[in-house]
Design a protein around this ligand. Sequence first.
Ligand code: NG1
Ligand code: MG
Length: 520
Amino acid sequence: DAKQETAGGVSEGSIPVYSSLRPVHGHDAEELAAADARYEGLALEFLQAYGAPPVLFVRSPGRVNLIGEHIDYEGYSVLPMAIRQDTIVAVRKRPDDGSAPSLRIANVNSKKYPAVVFPADPSQEVDRGNHSWANYFVCGYKGVWEHLERLKASGKEDVEVPTPASLDVMVDGIVPTGAGLSSSAAIVCASAGAVMAAHGLNFSQTDMAELCCKCERHIGTQSGGMDQAISIMAKPGVALLIDFNPVRATDVALPEGGTFVIANSLTESNKAETAAVNYNMRVVECRLAAMVLGLRLGLPKQEVYAINTLGEIEDMLSAAAPGLGGEGPLPAVEAHLKPEPYVAEELEELLGEKLETIMKSSPTSLAVLAAAKHFALYKRAKHVFSEKERVYAFRDTAARAQSSSGASFSSDQVLEDLGQLMNESHASCSELYECSCKELEELVGVCRKNGAIGSRLTGAGWGGCTVSLVRDGHVAGFIESLKEDFYKSRVERGLIKEGDLESVVFASKPAGGAAIFRFD
Ligand code: NG1
Ligand code: MG
């Protein structure tokens, strides 16, 4: 049906509010019709479940990280783009019927994601022992009130905190899960957006990015802010360089002639369940590396215990010894960390304190310490400090394609250089950060063999997807060759259906970010 197109957002810098799908879902008639059908289907499911239609929808996309892996939580900039696949949350405030206010949360895929009811209580805990899909909604729910509380605590007297209403919620997500494409941020951001909008609020995009990053940590991963920032702030047609503390986004135009192709290794990595040995383990290793560097550079112990990230130690290094800042922190890693892993006793000896004592305020870090045997500080620090340089190199290389004209400029050379950086990033993730896996290694190899200019794992790793840079004219052939060389045997083994291949290997253009739709 024909919907009126309205101009932009409600206010400068907030999540845009639209009454038409067009500004977000494009002008391609086929894509628009598919999007239309999806929203209508979701509204119908909602009506059937709750006996009333939703008042609004909030959508937020997944993302593919082009470069800058496992460095957002260390304070370093990353370079992702949003993908077309998103999560839509439909919501209405349920009229007061005298009973205790509650949140009824359902999913269009009710077989995989059964409906749940939670109290409408922003102070409820997220049940980490039980990894229900709806926990992600609760994260977003809590995030809205936590943000309001922080605003009040910062002295903003005029902040009005709304009374938590009963909500009916229906979720439709199409971002592949456990694939490194950030289905988790898509549902957290869309949920927080829906809760916010249903209570008549609209925060700025940067506030939303920050609050969604903080609240997703209730799941139990000590994540950085990349996924939520790109999901909220993405713009169609460009990738973003995202800086942290405070969160900021800068457009990065991608060069003509190349397309990013995403391919799923078909190995799921459930980060929430493996956090203590994978994701959070890396966060702890980086913190320990930063502490040992701080110690070696002569910081007093009490200051050392307060260090959280390698980003902090780099700032201290350049302040204390400007020479070191100039060379960057990599020489300090070579000089002060031993290449072999450390055991806990060794670190305690160095630091003069029990690791459990130093990390006592973080239950998720304590879970890591309980599970860990050794800590590869040298490798982890080397990855982080080299990867953050590749992010800026990628941005600068992409910029060459924008600024150059004339004989010396070769756009193909730009693509080659970007591909090289992606390959180096993958090698670092694989060898130094050890967040790859057998299937990802095989897939990256298949991608390169079939003409990818560069190919790497994307997202947290330990499974999930690769992203490859492919020449435009070669995309269709490239995808066909992956089907032949990687997926065919997996179809035969029953790991994936032939008909589902379109959703596991696809080309992606930079898509837009979070949006609110009200069709009334
Ligand atoms: P994935 O695996 O896509 O959820 C995670 C983190 C990011 C970032 C990357 C690694 C969350 C929500 N996201 O992404 O912040 O650290 O790994 O670069 O945990
Ligand atoms: Mg995630």
